[in-house]
Write a protein that binds this ligand. Sequence first.
Ligand code: NAP
Length: 497
Amino acid sequence: MTSKSKAQWQQMAADLQIESRAFINGQYVDALSGNTRQTINPSNGDVLADVANCGAEDADIAVAGARAAYESGVWSDQSPDARRAVMVKWAQLIEDNADELALLETLDVGKPISDTTGSDVPGAIRTIRWSGEAVDKIYEQIAPTDKDSLGLVTRLPLGVVAAIVPWNFPLSTTAWKLGPSIASGNSVILKPASNTPLTAIRIAGLAKEAGLPDGVLQVLPGPGGSMGAHLATHMDIDGLTFTGSTPIGKKLLEYSGQSNLKRVFNELGGKSPNIVFADADLDKAASAAALACFYNGGQTCTAGTRLIVEESIHDEFVAKVIEATKAWQVGDVLDPATTLGPMVDKSQFNTVSEYIAIGDGEGCTRHGGDSNVFPDSGGHYLNPVIFTGVTNDMRIAQEEVFGPVLAVMTFKTKEEAIAIANDSIYGLAGAVWSRDIGTALSVAEKIRAGTVGVNNYFGGDITVPFGGFKQSGNGRDKSIHAFDDYTELKTTWINLE
Ligand code: NAP
């Protein structure tokens, strides 16, 4: 819950000055072509800003500036302590402007203001601060060599890194990428999603204010299919970190192979299992099942979209989940009581609506799902849908819907629950609910996913790594392990004779 009322947020929105230019070599600039692209408020269809729409020519300037900054050592050769100080100051400036950033994110993405004030912005602050604070506490290694030699194992920055992020958690994913990559000494070019660029643009100016040298952070709004692909095939970019869909993640690996074999770390889609045993705390598990699927309108990579319930409690548990879903109904995103905003755009609304029709066509039973909410708002709203009678071979159980659509299935044995959970091309997240710690831990251990909750969903913070198995990706954001994605291991062998 935020400290401001809906009326105060509305007033702040009316007064908001929005920076919509690219940030290149320490300056806010228009695209060289002068092209812009409108960014739209998903909750009412209003145009928020005409954003610089950068192309390959802008990208080349940004890459050259990033390379020059890197080679000059103005940041990369700074002591870890000096880098720490700038990162921590940057985090503080983000915190000082937290309400403005939360509002920008709410308006740009259509997220409820209670989400952006309660999670997205505080999470980004903690990520930047934690990454800065970590960098002067990481030790390097001396290898166990014979006495005549000294083997130093050190970590160097990759050099110039491109980061490409999606629209569903723009500020969070931006912070997950920028925190460890910049703290490690790289120069970084961030490409935000075309429909949600505003918070990334804003925090770039705050980075400069904190003392980050020009060229170390460039923010380039522009189309992924052309400008993003140009970055991914660029011969002078050393690393590419990506959060987005699995098909684009596959393309980026191809682009790397076609260009300079830049390091590619992908955080991709998911279809995560949420397994509930009969002995679980069913009230807690039911409210978490609704949260797991409907938070952010289901537009969440880790959403618990496959609810796998022990057969003996199916009817009782589904009734509890339906009851819990009453807490997830669409509303005005500037009202602090709202939990569910609109779909990000019409295309996403159409995709989700198609999946609801697919679920109907696959013979499942549908609960909820009135799709014509706020028809005159200019936004595209969908209330939660629960399908029961689902089997794991159905499309709504296998494909990432990216909307508030829950698929419920049943199991009889622990082994069957594990088999259903792992029968997916994805392996991003999951959860298991049981009061029997042996059952819970043995199932958690067998689920092939990067993060598994035991008696919780969405648990975790910056201290633990986040990423996927299988087609959910190969990199790791967050924690000290994220630094591995932005550094090269180097051996220096010294002859002591
Ligand atoms: P997307 O279509 O893959 O786009 C992600 C980013 O890639 C955008 O900035 C996009 O630019 C850019 N892009 C598109 N085509 C490109 C290309 N050929 N070359 C280089 N860049 C390109 O994904 P999305 O629809 O924005 O986001 C939803 C997806 O992200 C879901 O699958 C979700 O599961 C996943 N996700 C994963 C995580 C995780 O941590 N694992 C977290 C959040 C989201 P444009 O905006 O200009 O198209």
